[in-house]
Design a binder for this molecule. Structure first.
Ligand code: PEP
Length: 257
């Protein structure tokens, strides 16, 4: 197995304004001052309006914390009111853009075709997509979590060349676990993350699949993160609610300490 550096990413959703963002990242930097960033990668995913503040702080203080956007337009410019493009995010030095978060799928009608276009838009501008996939409760109850999640994966990766897919981050986020306090068991997370890796091996090859980082997301907290991260196919966490508390997010990042 290749060495995959875990990626611990905090999805702030629609929380924290551009001033609160600065205070929050400063707290994270303080809590992680002695952290070895070769061992774990840390990213924050603030609202668009905070990205410039976060960039200024990260550049000014030479922080090793990375940052990215919670969404990206499928288009590079033009008459798309309210959208934020890949070139705009690249200009802000965003490392990542989340694609297909279940809240975007649920409230903004994002389907596989849109996710596929957004994944490709991110790569056009040197931004790594964090592609979110995962099943709703009724699908889990019927035992369909693996086929459902793999269908989302297949759709979002359609036509994506291996040079791009090699660096993608996949976040397995069962919808029933997001923001509910109901975390997947480590075995549940492992089952689907392993299936995602196996599908990447089918779509591309085993070596590529072995190098791709697959995160788990859904009610991750400092108290449950270690057991999930102990699973062989889980390479990080996408953290929502718990990432809004800087001290708690630092504890999550320090799951090995
Ligand atoms: C998320 O929004 O991606 C998420 C996983 O949220 P939470 O940690 O609050 O469940």
């Amino acid at each position: 197995m290749s060495q995959r550096t875990p990626l611990m990413a905090g999805n702030w959703k629609m929380n924290l304004n551009h001033l609160e963002a600065i205070a929050h990242v400063q707290k994270l930097a303080f809590g992680l001052a002695d952290k070895d960033f070769e061992e774990v990668e840390v990213a924050v995913l603030p609202p668009f309006t905070d990205l410039r503040s976060v960039q200024t702080l990260v550049d000014g203080d030479k922080l090793k914390i990375r940052y990215g956007a919670q969404d990206i337009s499928a288009f590079d410019s033009g008459a798309y009111t309210g959208e934020i493009s890949g070139p705009m995010l690249a200009k802000l030095n965003c490392s990542y853009a989340v694609v297909g978060h279940s809240e975007r799928r649920q409230y903004h009608g994002e389907n596989e075709e849109i996710c596929n276009a957004k994944v490709k838009a991110a790569y056009r501008h040197g931004i790594t997509p964090i592609l979110c996939v995962g099943e709703p409760l009724e699908v889990r109850k019927a035992g369909g979590q693996v086929p459902h999640t793999l269908a989302q994966l297949d759709g979002a990766l359609d036509g994506l060349p291996a040079e791009s897919a090699a660096s993608i981050v996949i976040a397995y986020e069962p919808v029933w676990a997001i923001g509910t306090g109901e975390v997947a068991t480590p075995d549940d997370a492992q089952e689907v993350c392993a299936a995602i890796r196996a599908r990447l091996a089918e779509l591309y090859d085993g070596q590529l699949a072995d190098g791709v980082r697959i995160q788990y997301g859904g009610s991750v907290k400092s108290g449950n993160v270690a057991a999930i991260m102990a699973q062989p196919d889980v390479d990080g966490a996408l953290v929502g609610g718990a990432a809004l508390d800087a001290e708690e997010f630092v504890k999550i990042i320090r799951f090995r300490d």
